[in-house]
Design a protein around this ligand. Sequence first.
Ligand code: SF4
Ligand code: SF4
Length: 490
Amino acid sequence: MLNLSSLSQSCVKCAKCVPSCTIYQINRDEVTSPRGFVDLLGVYDKKNINLDRNLKNIFESCFLCTTCTTICPQKIDTAAMIQKSRIDIAQKYGIAWYKKVYFYLLKHRKIMDFVFSLTSFVAPCVFKKNDDRLRSRFSISSFGKRSIFPFQKKSFLQTYKGLIESKHKDSIGQDSKNLDSRIENLIDTPHSNCNKLISKSALLFPPLTNSSYKKPHFISFRLIKDAKPYEKNSKTILRNKKVAIFIGCLSNYNYTQVGESLLFILDKLGIDVLIPKQECCGAPAYFTGDIKSVIFLIKKNIELFESFFDEIDAMIIPEATCAAMIMVDWKHSLSYCEDSKHWIKRLEALLPKIHMATEYLYNQTNLLEILKTYNKKDIKITYHDPCHAKKVLNIAKEPRAFIEANYNLLEMKECDRCCGFGGVSIQSEKYHLAYNAGIPKAKNILDSGASIVSAECSACRMQLNNALDNQQANIVFKHPLELVRESLRC
Ligand code: SF4
Ligand code: SF4
């Protein structure tokens, strides 16, 4: 468990963390800056200051974006320290009724399924649908109208269950359109025997005409199996792989196209998919300090994962926040339970197989090589680095590589600046902070000249959509996996 006093003492007051802090950039006040938080947390831990409403308000204004942690020369994890104070806040002041309801639903998936389904019928009365967002019909705060996530009649996990076998296990995930370029690529490889064989194979196929593109057919992997054309470059053999998907609540209930894109890509790669029973990762409750709910969800998930982990090669997560929660913050959270050692040991046995989706696809499959055989489109895309992907898990080049393969990638200014989502409390009780954090981000996206913004995180998606709508910017959001799917469909 974190020792706030000793962490606070290790701060050398260099202020390197201050200028890029999300809340400092809004308030311009040392009190709500990482250096200020660290100082106050040390004083609070020594019981020299009461956790009164003023201090509660200060600690609740941190976005938990972890920007400061990546900059601090002392490696002080201010976000984790603030997180600890949130547990104390929840214990002293309780949790707002609507958050209690929300966390109750997170722990009871069947009821949540029903509530979200019901909401999908009611939502059009209050919100107007525009692409992947719902814009309120009326001003619902002093900041005017607001965009939120859409609601689906049926969640991803209600639609897809159990084992989904790839239809392309004996293919290389290629359609006939790219046969020519693919063969060219293969001939460029230094395997001379392989070249002969491939040249022969190429003769077996008649020249492709436009009409032959209409019906995609799949090249048999067996035909050129002996040449093993992909073995030199690919990091793994795709056939017979089986991965599980951990979908995350926003992709499950709101942005179901993310999971569907992942299913499409894995199918193309010849990888079998297991959609297991799973619970929320607990991130919303974690950021709010409801540690009981978090531990309940972690333990339930660990038990569920253990029941199928021997059968799979990996479990992949297309959501930065859920991935960081499971891969990093579950361990923090478990340190608060009585039998922490036992549960941390069980968690550590699972972690080697858990990956964020683009990281897995980049390092463990030849998806990038396949994408490079497809045409590049003249569509301008800019990529926003979700804090939980880049700052917590160090994942940034992977989604960019997939986008760059088939699109025109334009980097925005401050691509890793926090979007300002901040979690349930910031979105509900301190919306003015989320609103203000979103303004410079939306401007940077607009200035990039892109027509699409992408990020591997649905929380960023909701925040960016709202920020862009507030700036009347006509820019569409697409998850990198949606972009990959669209590339593979061409
Ligand atoms: S986690 Fe983000 S908002 Fe909080 S102190 Fe650090 S940089 Fe500032
Ligand atoms: S960067 Fe680290 S050491 Fe420097 S002031 Fe911030 S928290 Fe303290």
